[in-house]
Design a protein around this ligand. Structure first.
Ligand SMILES: Nc1ncnc2c1ncn2[C@@H]1O[C@H](COP(=O)(O)OP(=O)(O)OP(=O)(O)O)[C@@H](O)[C@H]1O
Ligand SMILES: [Mg+2]
Length: 405
């Protein structure tokens, strides 16, 4: 390890904090339960015991991606075959990614003879003709019909592949763990296939697990796809961290390098973070950059605050705001004026419009990932603090009736 004599290390160059989507934090705090859940799953898998898949849901920047990556690394470490994918809404592309990543997972298996058996499963599935599934009449398909047939074929192939691989892995006390990020965005076809396959593998006692993560609407989206999805998974919310975990998120990385935040600095940082992991990295980075002593004082934290706020505006809020159309911005501004979460009826009332008039604007904002419907009739921002940002900077350009004219 490096020299740890306090004060002798080049302070600024060592800054351990780094805000950014999917960036591993210097210290992953507050997720002990999730890590032990994964430990339990892999232990049970080794013993040939079954478990349920897990679905994580939470707002933007809560730490879903870094948690999935960490859980994936743990599962791989425990000898499981692991696959990581990110959904994007295009069924063909999602199937391509699944097949590619699953084949890479097979190549990564260390035991040579197991790897060979898994490759055989692959080759077998590739060689199977699915004509009988669709009727053997040779129809010349073109364009959309061919694409549709392709997607259907992929669904069967994926099921056969996962079944065959899980069977072989299970014989060796291993299992197939599929990590899916941005799961709420998955195409309806692939989502339905994966849920059905998870269900069937459970019935057949085969060790295949989906560990998914997405926005808070994810549990609802899964249940809408297949109602039994409700019982198929364990659902966990990735929410704000408690103060002790947040304090660790600042102090541990500093201690690791021979530095510390003093009590006053730490309590100010905890207050600023509001339990939001993304803020830990942003305020931690700015305070560190502004520091000129060890321990780091509240004066450094305060000097860093405007810098952190500007970086958060740039990194989290402004780009999202700019994605919206003028009408969309009016809608967002109305939401922000009401609060963190509100009903679409309240927004409509504020804008003097009927809710049905605004439904296409609302939908386009949902598609842009700026808001989501936590339940029927309600809308919320997907990024914590977006409402506060809009109220603070009032970036509204024109009135709804002007731009609608
Ligand atoms: N448990 C944690 N402790 C400390 N920092 C964390 C923790 N979880 C996440 N972070 C930090 O927060 C930021 C956001 O994390 P991440 O990208 O995983 O969030 P996310 O939920 O996937 O967001 P999005 O929905 O935008 O994809 C990163 O900079 C990451 O390092
Ligand atoms: Mg993410």
């Amino acid at each position: 390890m490096m020299e740890t004599d306090a004060g002798t290390l080049p302070l600024h160059a060592l800054n351990p904090f780094m805000p950014g989507a999917g960036k591993q934090p210097p210290e992953l705090v507050g997720r002990a339960q999730d890590l032990s859940l994964m430990e339990r799953m892999t232990t049970r898998t080794k013993l040939g015991l079954l478990d349920r898949g897990v679905i994580y849901s939470g707002l933007r920047g809560m730490g879903k991606t870094v948690l999935l990556l960490k859980l994936g690394a743990m599962a791989a470490e425990a000898g499981m075959a692991t696959v990581q994918i990110e959904a994007n809404g295009d069924a063909e592309a999602e199937y391509d990614e699944l097949f590619r990543e699953i084949s890479l997972a097979v190549m990564r298996v260390r035991k040579a003879d197991l790897r060979r058996r898994l490759s055989d499963v692959f080759a077998h599935v590739e060689s199977i003709s699915l004509d009988f599934v669709f009727g053997s009449a040779k129809v010349e398909l073109g364009g959309e019909a061919a694409t549709k047939r392709g997607v259907q074929t992929s669904s069967y192939r994926l099921e056969l592949l996962i079944e065959g691989l899980s069977e072989e892995l299970g014989k060796e006390g291993s299992g197939l763990f599929l990590f899916v990020d941005e799961f709420q965005d998955m195409s309806v076809e692939v989502m339905a296939t994966l849920i059905v396959v998870q269900h069937k593998m459970g019935q057949r006692n085969l060790p295949f697990y989906i560990i998914g993560a997405g926005l808070p609407n994810l549990p609802g989206v899964l249940t809408k796809s297949r109602s039994y999805a409700e019982r198929l998974f364990e659902y966990r919310v990735i929410g704000r961290l408690d103060d002790a975990a947040v304090a660790d998120g600042f102090q541990k990385p500093a201690n690791e390098l021979g530095y510390a935040f003093d009590d006053e600095a730490l309590s100010r940082l905890v207050e600023l973070s509001t339990g939001y992991p993304y803020f830990i990295q942003a305020y931690g980075k700015a305070a560190w950059d502004a520091a000129d002593s060890n321990p780091i004082t509240v004066a450094a934290v305060r000097r860093g605050e405007p810098v952190a706020r500007a970086e958060l505006d740039r990194g989290l809020y402004i780009s999202r705001w700019q994605r919206a159309t003028p009408l969309g911005r009016e809608y967002l501004a109305a939401m922000a004026a009401i609060g963190e979460s509100c009903t679409s009826a309240q927004v409509a009332k504020r804008l003097n419009r009927s809710a049905s008039d605004l439904s296409s604007i609302r939908l386009s904002l949902i598609e842009l990932g700026l808001i989501y419907a936590p339940e029927r009739g309600r809308v919320s921002f997907t990024v914590p603090g977006m409402d506060e940002f809009i109220r603070r900077s009032e970036p509204v350009e024109n009135q709804l009736h002007d731009s609608a004219a």
